[in-house]
Design a protein around this ligand. Structure first.
Ligand SMILES: [Zn+2]
Length: 301
C-alpha cells in the first residue's frame, strides 16, 4: 500500500514533521488544508522536512464514507497488517511513516454524522518529555479547546506515535458532511504555528490561550463515538448548542420514531461543554448522539 504524499524538504537541517488528513474519508477540511499547505510552504524558508498526506484513506474518500469497503474504522485499526484488508494495509503503511517522523499531527473533523467543537487533543503520555512537547504543540496550534486524554487508547494513529515516543497531536473542526472554510483556515494556521514552535519555520509564537485546557486521564476519556448512545433507532434533532455550557440533565435533543408518536428526550449525563453533537438525523440504536467535555477536570497549566 502506497500512501500519496507531498514532501517539502527544507534548505536547512531540522526536524521531520508528518501531517495527515483523511484517515476518515468523509472529513474534508483537513484534505483542503494540507493541499493548501503543500502549495504554500517554501523550501527556502523551511528548516527540516514536512510530509503531508492529505487523504490517507483514499478508498473511503472515493466511497464518500468514513470507512473503506471492509467497514473497519481506520482510527481503530492501527498498527494494522501488511497482508490484511484494505484498511489494515493503510494503517500498516501509515504506521511506518509515523514511526520515522520526529513529530506528528493528525487532522480530523466530525465527518458526515457529527459536528465537533474545534479542539486539539493528545494522549497523556507516560514520558514527561513527550507529554510536555505535546502540550506545547497543542497550545501552539491555537484552537479554543486543548484536551489531554487517556493514554491507553488503542488502534489509533496516535497509539502508534505513543508507542514510538513520537510527540503527536490531533485536531477536530466541525464536520457535518461539510468542508468548513474557517476550519481550513484554522488548520493551515495551526500547522504553521506548530512548525514555528518546532523551529521548522521562522514564525512568532501564538499569543492566545485556549478557552478550555482539560487533562483527563480516566479510562476511555477522549472517545468521541461513545457519548450518549441512542436508546433506539430514530430521527434525532439536537437542541443543545455546540461549544456552550450544559447542566447535568439538560436536554441535548429529541429522538423520534417514524410517525412521531414516540419521542425521547436525550439528556446530558454530565455537566460541562457540548463538545460534539450528532447532526445527521438518521440514527441507529447505539450511535453516539453527543459528547460533553467535563470542564471540572480543567486545571490551570
Ligand atoms: Zn476522523
Amino acid at each position: 500500500m502506497k500512501l500519496q504524499s507531498l514532501e517539502i524538504a527544507g534548505a536547512e537541517e531540522g526536524p521531520q514533521l508528518l501531517i495527515t488528513g483523511g484517515v476518515h474519508g468523509d472529513e474534508f477540511a483537513p484534505m483542503v488544508a494540507l493541499r493548501r499547505l503543500g502549495r504554500q510552504l517554501e523550501p527556502g524558508k523551511l528548516s527540516g522536512r514536512v510530509t503531508l498526506i492529505p487523504v490517507v484513506n483514499e478508498p473511503a474518500f472515493l466511497r464518500g464514507c468514513r470507512t473503506a469497503e471492509d467497514g473497519l474504522d481506520l482510527a481503530r485499526t492501527f498498527p494494522g497488517r501488511g497482508d490484511g484488508t484494505v484498511s489494515e494495509r493503510i494503517a500498516w503503511a501509515l504506521s511506518e511513516r509515523i514511526r520515522s517522523a520526529d513529530y506528528y499531527i493528525d487532522l480530523h473533523s466530525g465527518g458526515t454524522t457529527l459536528t465537533i467543537c474545534p479542539l486539539v487533543g493528545y494522549m497523556l503520555h507516560h514520558e514527561e518529555a513527550v507529554r510536555r512537547a505535546q502540550q506545547r504543540m497543542a497550545r501552539a496550534f491555537g484552537l479554543p479547546i486543548v484536551w489531554g486524554t487517556d493514554p491507553r487508547l488503542a488502534g489509533r494513529s496516535l497509539s502508534v506515535a505513543r508507542d514510538a515516543g513520537v510527540p503527536a497531536i490531533y485536531a477536530e473542526y466541525l464536520g457535518g458532511g461539510r468542508c468548513d472554510a474557517a476550519g481550513v483556515e484554522a488548520y493551515v494556521a495551526g500547522c504553521l504555528n506548530v512548525m514555528g514552535l518546532l523551529g521548522l519555520l521562522d514564525r512568532p509564537p501564538v499569543a492566545t490561550e485556549p478557552r478550555y485546557f482539560v487533562e483527563d486521564d480516566r479510562p476511555e476519556s477522549g472517545h468521541l463515538q461513545r457519548g450518549h448512545p441512542a436508546p433506539a433507532d430514530g430521527f434525532f434533532e439536537p437542541c443543545a448548542t455546540l461549544g456552550e455550557p450544559i447542566a447535568l440533565g439538560a436536554p441535548l435533543g429529541t429522538l423520534e420514531d417514524s410517525l412521531g408518536s414516540e419521542s425521547i428526550t436525550i439528556r446530558a449525563a454530565q455537566k460541562g461543554i457540548v463538545l460534539a453533537l450528532r447532526t445527521f438525523p438518521s440514527v441507529r440504536q447505539g450511535d453516539s448522539l453527543a459528547v460533553i467535555l467535563e470542564t471540572d477536570w480543567a486545571r490551570d497549566a
